[in-house]
Design a protein around this ligand. Structure first.
Ligand code: 6PG
Length: 475
């Protein structure tokens, strides 16, 4: 029997769609899913019988048979939850041979991936952690794929992974080797961190349109649709415009019926935890994560809203002017968010010695993923002309834009504060901008305080960097 090109373990919706995408691109696929108790038909059989009907997909009952059906070196792709990865690896390994390749296509923590690449290498296997973005649609029609880990396996898996990736406007697949160890999953984690920040920014702009602009869903939807025809064009803006205008069978807007409690699966929090470990400001993502955490406190919010009864009478704002200012504010805040995200990747690349190619990361994100947008073309351009760029805010096209939009930006933040509307991510963006463009911060006072109470010493402006001094503050 002809052996399959690739095996896929985990037939959740992402796994199923990837298997179909692979088959559509001409690859033969073997699939396996853990048995479900009480089911008369296995998940794999059901999938092949229904969605996979007529395609080059083989359902396997046992992992041993699954491994037997794969051509050598075997390529086994895991589409399971982060928690299940270790268990599944240990289950499949007895049936694999030296130089076989395991790809983890889930949202695993990059530190786990870093460890697995090393451990499996020592056991004779190649492990790849591939971040895959684009949700169900991307998995089926073309995702943005961020593979990293054992580079020896890249030439083998490259044609397969690139074939199922989204294709950018210039014809290149949105899948390129990211780096060694956990680099692929790291870049996907930062992608998700920025995703959190962008979603929060859009949600804050929505609340300003609604509360200050007094706009209804239809009007807001049309504005986002219009913005999506400008250089703000992005997948998240596009879906926001659709969400705002979407009605259920009764004719009501679904958005208005959704509880205001935002869930999360952890990648945003991981980004912030890692940023803290690396001493890199990532406050917009942090604010987005905390905003979701705060939203969870629904009962307390309801109680305190009655305690403080802050229903203020909002001033009247001229709508066109407000919308123009909101547009500027959202545009510039997105740039700041990417500035933070890429700065974090730079720090991580130096720390973990991944030699990340930032232009390539931006190019991979142009299509297929949740972050896909026009802005990523400009970001890719910036890193293509200077691969060592320290911060996106140093790029002249972006600094021109920031300077131009600063008056609007300040007005929106001040207005939201005055009107008592919570805008954690929008204001974090402005504060980061103020901080990163301030030559003399008040950190001298922090240093003095530390030295006063703990003799922690400080550097002086009139002495070379690296010399530390202590003052006898109490004498
Ligand atoms: C993607 C998405 C995907 C997933 C998020 C949702 O790139 O396709 O980011 O990975 O939808 O992880 O994350 P939360 O549940 O944490 O919002």
């Amino acid at each position: 029997m002809e052996k399959s090109n690739i095996g896929l373990i985990g037939l959740g919706i992402m796994g199923q769609n990837l298997a179909l995408n692979l088959a559509d691109k001409g690859w033969s696929v073997s699939v396996w899913n853990r048995p479900k108790s009480g089911a008369s038909e296995s998940v794999a059989d059901h999938f092949v019988r229904v969605r996979g009907k007529g395609k080059s997909i083989i359902a396997c009952e046992e992992l041993e048979d699954f491994a037997q059906t794969l051509q050598r070196p075997r390529i086994v792709m895991l589409m399971v939850t982060a928690e299940a990865v270790t268990e599944v690896i240990e289950k499949i390994i007895p049936y694999l041979d030296e130089d076989d390749i395991i790809i983890d296509g889930g949202n695993s923590n990059f530190e786990d991936t870093e460890r697995r690449v090393d451990e499996l290498y020592k056991r004779g296997f190649y492990f790849i952690g591939a971040g895959i973005s684009g949700g169900e649609e991307g998995a089926l029609h073309g995702a943005s794929i961020m593979p990293g880990g054992a580079v020896e396996a890249w030439p083998v898996v490259k044609p397969i992974l690139q074939s199922i990736a989204a294709i950018a406007e210039d014809g290149t697949p949105c899948c390129e080797w990211v780096g060694s160890g956990g680099a692929g999953h790291y870049v996907k984690m930062v992608h998700n961190g920025i995703e959190y920040a962008e979603m929060q920014l859009i949600a804050e702009v929505y609340s300003l349109m609604k509360q200050v602009g007094n706009m209804n869903n239809e009007e807001m939807g049309l504005i986002f649709a219009r913005w999506n025809e400008t250089d703000m064009r992005s997948y998240l803006i596009e879906i926001t415009s659709k969400i705002l205008r979407h009605r259920d069978v009764t004719g009501d807007y679904v958005l208005d019926k959704i509880l205001d409690v935002a869930n999360q699966k952890g990648t945003g929090r991981w980004s912030v935890q890692n940023a803290l470990n690396l001493n890199e400001p990532l406050d917009m993502v942090a604010e987005a994560v905390f905003a979701r955490d705060l939203s969870e406190k629904k009962k307390l919010r309801e109680t305190l809203s009655r305690t403080y009864n802050r229903d203020t009478n909002l001033a009247l704002y001229q709508r066109d002017e407000l919308l123009a200012q909101l547009f500027d504010t959202l545009s510039v805040s997105r740039i700041v968010s990417y500035a933070q995200g890429f700065s974090l990747m730079r720090k991580a690349s130096d720390t973990y010695q991944w030699n990340l190619n930032y232009a390539s990361v931006a190019l991979i994100w142009r299509e297929g993923c949740i972050l896909r947008s026009e802005l990523l073309n400009s970001i890719a351009k910036a890193f293509l002309s200077n691969s060592q760029l320290e911060n996106l805010l140093a790029v002249s096209s972006f600094s021109e834009k920031v300077k131009h939009t600063l008056p609007s930006w300040k007005k929106i933040i001040a207005m939201a504060v005055k009107e008592e509307i919570t805008i954690p991510a929008l204001s974090a963006a402005l504060n980061y901008f103020y901080g990163i463009t301030t030559a003399h911060l008040s950190a001298n006072l922090i240093q003095a305080q530390r030295d006063f109470f703990g003799a922690h010493t400080f550097e002086r402006i009139d002495e070379p960097r690296g010399s530390f001094f202590h003052e006898l503050w109490r004498s």
